[in-house]
Design a protein around this ligand. Structure first.
Ligand SMILES: [Zn+2]
Length: 401
């Protein structure tokens, strides 16, 4: 079977006992990136090369050779560890290449940004023994390089994941280590290949009620095999409202105090609330697909104006508003499990009966068709979306009947 991979970033709290060394290392990294960046700006001949050849060229220009070659330029503090300088070369290379591409596309003179992203990235050789609770980082104390053990805190890494070069980041006063994790995906078949071998389809409808998402699983013939509601919308809405009230109160108290971060904890709480419920709902949908052997998920999309209106009407911190985040999480969670996510226009799925196709009306949460079929309106919409995806596959020749 075809396989693929995905890369997700784990955002971990970093507790480093040597803050001063960390700051010195960051400072040196910034200087080193700037050093290579300046050199590269004068070397138009290699802007179009790939990063590896840019790296090689920079090595020739800045590192003494075994053959006695004297470099044209000397890096800050002279000799730098090989993977420290390569990481910095990469940052500089990316910055120069992207400025060059922008200039070329706009047919204008290339303008190099003064400041570029130089968040300290630890290439292999600069970090070791990484787990989801600790890591050893090679840091600079102003004179020497030393291995320093630090603690990590955050979501555990996936069992089958491969850790890639982590980078340092500041979140207010907090130190964070962003760790990209590469996960193999067991199934990278296209939608066509899946449908042709009889995939089950899970179609989804997002709602603004207690139900974050209504899911319907169908076989390729369009027969419904299972249905599930992912709930928690009311709890989410209630908790968000409470937090917003507290936020409002604290703003009243502090508006004359000139304290910039007085509301920070309430914003953080809301952020975590969003993440928690979006993770929960997306995880439930993926688990339901696995349980039912569905390997295609179909999500509804609407025209821009309609989406904007629907989001506006449902309000911030509403279950429907959270669907944007649920979608994003669902995309990567599904991919990691080998499930493909497709999107399909969903206008009109609420107007017809998913059992007989006749028109009908809605009464509260119930859909009633002219022939007397009654079912939950969101389930009806989800089922119709599934049927529509089947129709699309048939039109495209993926399935014959
Ligand atoms: Zn009907």
């Amino acid at each position: 079977m075809k396989t693929g991979y995905s890369i997700k970033t784990w955002r971990m709290r970093l507790f480093c006992p040597e803050q001063d060394m960390l700051a010195k290392t960051e400072q040196l990294y910034q200087e080193t990136v700037d050093f290579y960046y300046k050199i590269l700006q004068t070397r138009q001949d290699i802007w179009k090369d790939n990063l590896l050849s840019i790296q090689r060229e920079l090595e020739l220009l800045t590192v003494p050779g075994r053959d006695g070659r004297v470099p044209l330029y000397t890096p800050p503090h002279g000799k730098l560890p090989v993977y420290f300088r390569r990481s910095a070369m990469n940052k500089a290379g990316i910055a120069v290449k992207s400025a060059a591409v922008v200039g070329e596309n706009q047919k204008k003179e290339i303008i190099f940004p003064e400041k570029i992203d130089a968040s300290l990235t630890f290439f292999k050789g600069m970090y070791r023994d990484i787990s989801d609770t600790s890591v050893k980082l090679k840091l600079w104390d102003g004179k020497k390089w030393k291995w320093i053990s630090s603690q990590l805190e955050g979501r555990p890494f996936p069992v089958n994941g491969t850790v890639l070069s982590p980078s340092l980041s500041h979140n207010g006063k907090l130190l964070m280590l962003h760790v990209p994790v590469k996960q193999e995906n067991s199934d990278a078949r296209t939608a066509k290949e899946r449908v042709q071998t009889g995939s089950r389809i899970c179609s989804v409808q997002f709602t603004n009620t207690d139900i974050f998402a209504m899911c319907s699983i169908q076989d390729v013939q369009g027969k419904q095999l299972a249905a599930k509601a992912s709930r928690g919308g009311n709890t989410y809405r209630y908790r968000a409202e409470q937090a917003l009230k507290k936020l409002e109160k604290s703003q009243k108290f502090t508006e004359n105090d000139n304290v910039p971060h007085a509301d920070q904890k309430h914003y953080m709480y809301l952020k975590h609330l969003n993440e928690h419920f979006a993770h929960k709902a997306s995880r439930e949908i993926v688990d339901f697909c696995k349980e039912q052997n569905a390997d295609l998920i179909v999500l509804p999309v609407y025209g821009k104006d309609f989406s904007r209106m629907a989001m506006y009407q449902s309000g911030n911190y509403s279950p429907f508003h959270l669907s944007t985040r649920i979608r994003t999480y669902l995309m990567y969670k599904a991919w990691a499990e080998g499930i493909l996510v497709l999107e399909l226009r969903a206008e009109g799925t609420g107007k017809i009966c998913s059992i007989c196709g006749a028109e009908g009306t809605r009464s509260g949460k119930i859909f009633i068709c002219k022939n007397g079929h009654q079912l939950n309106r969101y389930l009806n919409e989800a089922r119709n979306l599934g049927l529509r995806s089947r129709e699309t596959f048939r039109k495209n020749g993926f399935i014959k009947t």
